[in-house]
Design a protein around this ligand. Structure first.
Ligand SMILES: O=C[C@H](O)COP(=O)(O)O
Length: 214
């Protein structure tokens, strides 16, 4: 299982969380990545943790003020990026363009989707993985694997029907090892989570609990 921790815009210390994640990954052998704000990519990457962007734009180098360029994200030390997070949705054409931009820059991609139908559409664009997240469960602490297990299984089926090479992750409300194990049982090969770690008093303890069943 891949554990992708999105720090969103939470007022946490990104380097402290990244250091905790790097140590938890080293000690457990579990793949853990951290996606900080774009301005914190360099500092997070310097901790040695696998570092991801939260977003890239479907633009090429050049006259593109205010956009997040895939190459810059890679230069800052990221090896992958989220695209189309529920809190930063993009048009289908821009999702396509962002996946192509990530390929150009050598970034791995996780395209987010709200439901299995969107998972199928996103998978058709050839990201490395899709992450299904019911928006109403984000930040609630109620895990998608418990509140809506069918959506995870249906997302796995929807992606497999389009492109069996696209991995399926799930997210929303995941914060414990039990949640992570339930996601794996439903066919997910990774989880996308945020508040359970970014808002934890002790991020290292939260991460250790998450990966304990693996
Ligand atoms: O990117 C992460 C997801 O939106 C899940 O957030 P959450 O773990 O706070 O529910």
């Amino acid at each position: 299982m891949f554990v992708l921790v999105n720090l969103k815009a939470y007022p946490c210390d990104p380097v402290a969380v990244a250091t905790a994640a790097a140590n938890a990954a080293d000690d457990s052998g579990v793949r853990i990545a951290v996606a900080p704000q774009a301005a914190h990519l360099d500092a997070v990457a310097e901790t040695g943790v696998e570092t991801w962007g939260q977003h890239i734009d479907p633009v090429e180098p050049g006259s593109q003020t205010g956009h997040t360029l895939a190459e810059t994200v890679a230069d800052a030390g990221a090896t992958g990026t989220l695209i189309n997070h529920s809190e930063y949705r993009v048009k289908l054409a821009d999702l396509d363009g962002a996946v192509r931009a990530a390929e150009r820059a050598g970034l791995e991609t996780v395209a987010c989707a709200n439901n299995p139908a969107q998972v199928g559409a996103a998978a058709a664009l050839g990201p490395d993985a899709v992450a299904v997240e019911p928006p109403e469960l984000i930040g609630t602490g109620t895990p998608v694997s418990q509140a809506d297990p069918d959506i995870v299984e249906d997302a796995v089926a929807a992606a497999a029907a389009v492109d069996p090479d696209v991995d399926v992750f799930c997210g929303a409300g995941i914060s414990t090892g039990e949640d992570l194990a339930a996601a794996a049982d439903l066919g997910a090969t990774g989880v996308l989570l945020a508040s359970g770690v970014a808002k934890a008093d002790d991020p290292r303890a939260a991460l250790d609990d998450l990966v304990a069943p693996l």
